[in-house]
Write a protein that binds this ligand. Sequence first.
Ligand SMILES: [Zn+2]
Ligand SMILES: [Zn+2]
Ligand SMILES: [Zn+2]
Length: 261
Amino acid sequence: MGDFQITFLGTGTSQGVPMIACDCPVCSSSDPRDRRTRSSLYIETPEAAFVVDTGPDFRAQCLRERVRRLDAVVYTHSHTDHIMGFDDLRRFCDLLAGRDLPVYASPDTMADLQRVFRFAFDGTARFPGYLRPEPRPVTETFRIGETSITPLPVPHGRINVNGYLFARGGRKLFAYLSDCKAVPELVRERIAGVEVLVLDALRHRPHPTHMSLDEALEVSAALRPRATYLTHLCHDLGHAETEKILPGNVRVAYDGLKVVL
Ligand SMILES: [Zn+2]
Ligand SMILES: [Zn+2]
Ligand SMILES: [Zn+2]
């Protein structure tokens, strides 16, 4: 126990909470758990530390959580709220002292990263202390240290994006589905028995590309993990109010929350 520590770097939807120019009760809340930066995770294991996604708040998240080490980056998809902190990976490349930083993503997401951040991949910016990403497109299970990571294709509007299942020593520890409209049967079978599940739960009302709270609760009830955490929330869902109406094994994630498995 304790070899897999997750820190929620961000738990907000693409615009973050509070939203710019909004005076609603959640955006005006004094509860620090109602301040949500863009969704991302930092995962530490004895052999390696890595992030899932680097959104526009990545630099501030690393400073807030005192992130000192990064051995790899994993991307769910290329929407701007998940990739726009890419340039701030340069500090971690610097700390790797000449080694390249492995970047894992689906082939589609990798192609987008290489287009948007071409300067980092094409070698034109290859001077000391700058980005040295090493693209590793993935469609099957891969490993970072002793953690095996399985891509979970899920529908997210008109595209499929990747959630991920993280396992160690044969234990299905953790599944992360931050952006999805549904969890297909094949993915449910792959993550059956997972200990901790993280699900997209944007708001109460249905949305074309994200699960609503009710849709997320249906998935959680069907899979019955020990704990489910909701993420990628918008300002419709206040932390304290939402927690009051959830089943006992479901919690609302918040920025800075740590889970150790
Ligand atoms: Zn998103
Ligand atoms: Zn608001
Ligand atoms: Zn998205």
